[in-house]
Design a protein around this ligand. Structure first.
Ligand code: PLP
Length: 405
């Protein structure tokens, strides 16, 4: 049996002092919805100007929105004085039609972080734990903190090989989980869990447990999608986002897809707010761009494969990613390497406590990854022993979060 964990504990995911403001019992009820951006920012060894240096630390897409999406934004701006709910309906309708879903089984949100947070809030509680993979995306653990649920982290199976979710162990980890969270492909490893394992989870999870299948990165790989479980009326909620392949992280658009009764519970926590019409227009244009997914998937895959091949030729082990991020085993404390790279204005992703010698690397542009090779070689040939990232200036420590508390 795996121990339950406190994500706010010192050896948990909170490794920067500015998260401490949220750790007091009185603050728990108002914990913010934490996103990849917050978590990446929390790990940035010193305050970094996003316009300076190379940022391969937040699984963003340096290509940004597509040309069609940019034009759609420009075209819709003059109508920015209106709410235009019809645009949301249109967007949902296009997605539902493309995927063969009923429109009632899709709700749009400003990104997928909100429905992720709400799903955990809606279906976990003090008596209904969250089961998640380790290393895995931390946001659901923070939501569990709000609902008072315990968190059970189950190590990935075959960590030196496929690094897939250990579905049988996850199902055995609790008798009555409220939510089992499956991230496919997984953040941070970029690895996919075989379809047969996901089918096993759907078939064998306790009948009132919700399987939350996070497909934030699914467009980047060929793995089978999980929307068919929704069509079959299973206890499954699938999350999609426009933040990754579509390059709209700063614009904010995503979907929760599930049975209408499950979606009703999720949206009752905050799903009816009007969405920015610029993001709705850009998302619509992105969905209607027939070549976008395949073109971008190929570009990112090429850069990823070249980077992974180079690292392998240099003797390093990486997770077999099918996504825009991977874990790189640096064979010494990842913190030191992260700090040394940051000193060169090369910002790489965070370290998970379960794998302290690995760093998450986001696949940037081809040029950025060539710069990474150079800096990484220099850093690994230097003595990094004892290097610790300096704290952020005090005045910046809480700044990004104050409006959320
Ligand atoms: N899920 C996973 C696994 C992620 O990595 C992210 C962001 O990086 C998200 C969800 C949420 O992204 P967003 O709120 O931008 O859609």
């Amino acid at each position: 049996m795996y121990p339950t964990v406190d994500p706010l504990a010192p050896n948990g995911i909170s490794r920067r002092s500015f998260f401490r403001f949220a750790a007091g019992a009185s603050a728990v009820a108002s914990l913010p919805i934490l996103t990849e951006a917050h978590l990446a920012y929390a790990e940035r060894p010193r305050f970094a100007d996003p316009n300076k240096g190379i940022h391969i630390d937040a699984n963003e897409n340096p290509m940004g929105p597509s040309e069609a999406a940019r034009q759609a934004i420009i075209d819709i701006v003059p109508r920015g004085g209106r709410y235009l709910f019809s645009g949301e309906e249109e967007l949902t309708g296009i997605f539902a039609k493309q995927e063969g879903l009923s429109a009632e089984s899709v709700i749009p949100f400003a990104g997928s972080s909100a429905p992720l947070h709400y799903t955990v809030l809606a279906f976990t509680s003090k008596d209904r734990p969250l089961v998640t993979a380790d290393p895995g995306y931390e946001a659901p653990m923070w939501a569990a903190k709000v609902s008072g649920a315990s968190v059970i982290k189950v190590p990935l199976a075959d960590p030196k090989g496929e690094a897939r979710h250990d579905i049988k162990a996850m199902l055995a980890a609790a008798s009555n989980p409220g939510v089992i969270y499956l991230c496919n492909p997984n953040n941070p490893t970029g690895t996919c869990t075989p379809r047969s394992d996901i089918e096993y989870a759907v078939a064998n999870a306790p009948k009132d447990t919700v399987l939350l299948i996070d497909e934030a990165y699914i467009h980047l790989c060929d793995a089978p999608r999980s929307l068919d479980f929704v069509k079959e009326g299973k206890n499954v909620v699938v999350l999609r986002t426009f933040s990754k392949l579509y390059g709209m992280a700063g614009l904010r658009m995503g979907f929760a897809i599930g049975r209408p009764d499950l979606l009703a519970k999720i949206s009752s926590l905050g799903g009816m707010n009007a969405l920015p019409i610029t993001a709705v227009a850009a998302a619509k244009a992105s969905l209607l761009d027939a070549d976008l997914v395949s073109t971008r998937k190929k570009i990112i895959a090429n850069t990823r494969m070249q980077t992974l091949a180079w690292l392998k030729s240099e003797g390093y082990r990486c997770t077999p990613s099918e996504s825009n991020c991977f874990m790189l085993d640096v064979r010494k404390p990842g913190k030191e390497v992260q700090a040394a790279l940051a000193a060169k204005d090369m910002y790489v992703g965070r370290i998970w406590p379960a794998w302290p010698n690995s760093l998450r690397i986001t696949v940037g542009t081809a040029d950025e990854m060539m710069a990474f090779r150079k800096d990484f070689t220099e850093v690994m040939n230097s003595n990094t022993a004892g290097l610790v990232p300096p704290e952020m200036p005090r005045r910046l420590q809480q700044a990004p979060f104050t409006h959320l508390s």
